[in-house]
Write a protein that binds this ligand. Structure first.
Ligand SMILES: [Zn+2]
Length: 88
């Protein structure tokens, strides 16, 4: 595909088009976009407007998301407190 300097890796890396990543990772395009938004993979936007994904960053989130990171972005639970106080 194409090699670019990856900010995430701090070195030159192989970048793949999203379509290719869907094939490799076996996920849908929307999943890829989700990864992009959450920064789970390294990516670049080409002058043409296409986004490409750092191959090196793919080895992690695709297979085992439970392994590292994503905890931080788990669904927010509203703090319970407010309504639990019953007037006596
Ligand atoms: Zn990278």
């Amino acid at each position: 595909m194409a090699r670019f300097f990856c900010e995430g890796c701090q070195k030159e890396s192989n970048f793949l088009p999203i379509y290719t990543v869907t094939k490799i990772a076996g996920v849908s395009r929307s999943t890829i976009y989700y990864w992009l938004e959450h920064g789970w993979v390294h990516w670049l936007q080409l002058p043409s407007g296409r986004r490409v994904i750092c191959e090196a960053s793919l080895t992690r989130p695709a297979a085992a998301p439970s392994d590292l990171t994503p905890e931080a972005s788990s669904p927010k639970k509203p703090p319970k407190a407010a309504h639990s106080a019953k007037n006596l």
